[in-house]
Design a protein around this ligand. Structure first.
Ligand code: ADP
Ligand code: ZN
Length: 716
């Protein structure tokens, strides 16, 4: 019997089934592995025939956990095959919740009426603990009553306890689709109708919900969620950044009367278990979550929504490298339900799928309630530079002052944490670098530290240059958000300021509190990193100033332009979402750059069209396929050797190109030496088989590894 274990083995292991057990595919089982007992899942892949039956170890027992459904198993296999990850490693993401416990996650209730059987003090204690109300988890009963699991088992056999898999008192209340429906505009109504129909068909489809910021996309797809609820099925809504979920959850609550189930990797383990169980039982009708929510055990998924589908945050870079946006579509296909991708700035991939007729397309072209799109202007930093040592141009300062004078809120955006991205010795020119990474140390003045944003390495800010020992010679170069805050304190001394960056806003609660203080107008000036860019709806915010619009263009990565347009358009979209008109100013050194012109003219379509054109010419994604091989090793020599070997055995053929090996831009990361190769194939060439045989052709010594990134979006 094949059992998949949550480890990076190449496939399932074979186990013997002892008499009396009848494990079926999907059952969660306990099996011996290296003298321990491990939780695994009975898989459907054929067993490895190499081991003779009498040598096989036996399955210990079947856990009382809801079995892993066929659609989730196929999903895991699919991701493993697509990303070239070991299936067990993918499965671990779906199992993590259960495996920690190794104990059945079911609830117990006292039988009513109680049968007339022998009563012992331990049994009585269990009944007392259980009381008459809600069913309880076994672990809690065992702890509170101080009895052994055998007592519980005996009581179940004696009919004193009833186990519940579908709890009547579910931890999540049912959202009411009729609670507070919005009055939709005509365009919104049409889009909502189309989505409702997609949900009603109960079959796979993908729809791009494409609408300018503030057009009411959320409002519209919540109607699809309502339709899904009416049909009695479950809905999953994926958000790129769970820190942004507070406003979203409040909105959901206004629409449906109750909060949805929330899922992300930082949930306390108890909440995780309860949520997981409720999803498995179907008593969590709507889940809003981050990437990992894809692996929840939905028995009856009726809708998957991916909000801000263009977001790079959907790509998981560690462990199993996958794009949750794409995998959400796969999950929908395997579950036979519709997927909705929402964005004001859809990715080129999604647009290409629309053009190829694979995805349906719904558009909302104007903001809700007559709000207009913000007016964008460019500040040419070559012509109107800031004062020496400053970063805010006079025009920008003037505009912020006017906004504040009108009693409205303003926002300054800079996508860089800390005080300064580079610290330099004025005397000898030495630059403070991370010893573990190809990266400068970033000054964080409030903490009096230099910090590596890649590995977390920190040192106190040295009083003198570590190379030439010159005193007080270390100088910050360039601005980070802390430095802008310092400048803002000088220039706008009266304004009540709020910094929103991941350093200052730790977690969803802090984000919710910050959002509230903005909504309540306790803040005049918001200074933020990308944390402020997306999703938020601040009705009194009318001005957005982008301190360095060119930031994302450096480096010249494949998607640099696309991503900069998306990010800046999102940031700009925070301005003027209610009655008062919004204004956006972008500080740039390259006002003629197509990105700046697209933002200035508000014509993203034309920009994306020309972007698509150039990618089509070079057969770059989405008009070709890419996979990156990242070699990393303890030593530079080993990294070079493995990379060179891969270069020698590189696949050849029609429509296949290999670029590299080359040192990665981050040639050193967390103390590991890195080299990159890039495989580029024509769209009609399947990339996985090529990768598989390529990887098999090279021996990787201990201390070295080769990571595969299919459809890479970062090239560091
Ligand atoms: P998007 O997601 O497209 O940026 P939202 O869904 O956030 O837009 O809508 C912007 C604002 O307009 C929100 O405050 C939302 O509640 C409001 N809104 C949108 N459509 C309606 C509607 N039909 N009725 C009432 N409010 C609406
Ligand atoms: Zn580092």
């Amino acid at each position: 019997m094949p059992v998949l274990l949550p480890y990076p083995f190449p496939g399932p292991f074979d186990y013997r089934v002892p008499p009396g057990l009848e494990p079926k595919p999907g059952d969660v089982v306990l099996v011996p592995l290296n003298r321990r007992e491990e939780v695994g899942v009975v898989w459907d892949a054929p067993a490895d025939e190499a081991v003779p039956a009498h040598k096989l170890k036996a399955v210990v027992r079947i856990l009382d956990t809801p079995p892993m459904r066929e659609s989730l198993r196929r999903f895991i296999d699919w991701i493993a095959a697509y990303t070239l990850s070991p299936p067990g490693e993918v499965m671990a993401m779906a199992l993590r919740v259960v495996s920690g416990a190794g104990r059945p996650v079911i609830r117990y209730r006292r039988a009513d009426p109680l049968p007339a059987v022998r009563m012992t003090p331990p049994r009585q204690r269990v009944l007392d603990v259980l009381g008459r109300q809600e069913p309880r988890l076994a672990a809690d009963v065992l702890r509170e009553a101080g009895v052994s699991a055998a007592v519980l088992r005996g009581m179940i056999e004696a009919g004193l306890l009833v186990t519940e898999t579908a709890a009547p008192n579910a931890p999540f209340q049912r959202p009411d689709p009729e609670h507070h429906g919005p009055t939709l505009s005509e365009a919104q109504h049409e889009a909502a109708m189309a989505l409702r129909e997609a949900v009603a068909r109960q079959s796979f489809s993908v729809t791009l919900l494409d609408g300018v910021t503030g057009s009411g996309k959320t409002e519209v797809y919540l109607e699809a969620v309502a339709a899904c609820l009416r049909a009695g099925r479950q809905a999953l809504v994926m958000l790129p950044e769970i820190a942004l979920s507070s406003q979203w959850i409040e909105r959901f609550q206004r629409r449906f009367g109750v909060a949805p189930a929330v899922w992300h990797s930082d949930l306390p383990s108890r909440v995780r278990k309860i949520t997981w169980q409720a999803v498995a039982e179907g008593t969590a009708p709507v889940v809003v979550g981050a990437r990992s929510a894809l692996f929840l055990p939905f028995p009856d998924l009726g809708l998957v929504v991916v909000d801000e589908e263009h977001e790079a945050a959907f790509k998981q870079q560690d462990g199993v490298v996958y794009n949750a946006r794409d995998m959400a579509v796969v999950r929908a296909r395997l579950s036979g339900c519709p997927a909705v991708l929402a964005s004001a700035t859809p990715s080129l991939e999604t647009v290409a799928n629309v053009e190829a007729g694979r995805y349906a397309h719904l558009r909302l072209t104007s903001r809700h309630g007559g709000a207009s799109m913000p007016k964008v202007t460019l500040i040419d930093l070559r012509e109107t530079p800031p004062d020496r040592g400053r970063f805010l141009a006079p025009t920008l300062i003037e505009a912020v002052n006017q906004t504040l004078a009108r009693g409205e809120q303003a926002m300054l955006f800079l996508n860089r944490r800390g005080y300064a991205p580079l610290t330099l010795c004025r005397h000898c020119g030495h630059r403070m670098q991370c010893p573990n990474c190809t990266a400068w140390l970033v000054e964080h003045r409030t903490r009096n530290q230099l910090l590596c944003h890649h590995c977390g390495h920190t040192i106190p800010i040295p009083p003198e240059c570590p190379v030439c020992a010159a005193k007080a010679s270390l100088t910050p170069v360039g601005p980070g958000i802390e430095r802008i805050t310092e400048e803002a304190a000088l220039v706008f001394p009266e304004a009540r300021r709020l910094i929103m960056a991941s350093d200052t806003i730790a977690g969803p609660h802090a984000a919710a509190a910050a959002a509230h203080s903005i909504e309540e107008r306790e803040v005049d000036l918001i200074i933020g990193t990308q944390l402020v860019a997306k999703g938020w709806h601040f009705p009194h915010l009318t001005f957005v100033g982008v301190v360095d619009a060119d930031l994302g263009l450096a480096g010249g990565e494949l998607r640099a332009s696309e991503r900069t347009v998306q990010l800046l358009h999102q940031v700009a979209g925070r301005a003027g979402r209610a009655e008062a008109a919004g204004q956006v100013m972008l500080q740039t050194f390259v006002p003629d750059h197509p990105v700046m012109q697209a933002l200035l003219q508000g014509d993203l379509d034309a920009f994306m069209e020309s972007e698509a054109e150039s990618r089509r010419d070079g057969e770059w994604p989405p008009y070709g396929r890419l996979a990156a091989l990242i070699v990393s090793a303890d030593s530079a020599i080993m990294a070079d050797t493995v990379a060179r070997d891969l270069g020698w055995t590189a696949p050849r053929g029609d429509g296949i190109i290999v670029l590299g090996p080359a040192p990665a831009p981050m040639a050193l990361l967390r103390g590991r030496h890195r080299r990159r190769l890039l495989l580029k194939v024509r769209r009609d060439v399947a990339i996985q088989p090529i990768l598989r045989s390529w990887l098999a052709s090279v021996r990787v010594p201990r201390g070295g590894r080769v990571d595969v990134d299919v459809d890479p979006i970062s090239f560091l």
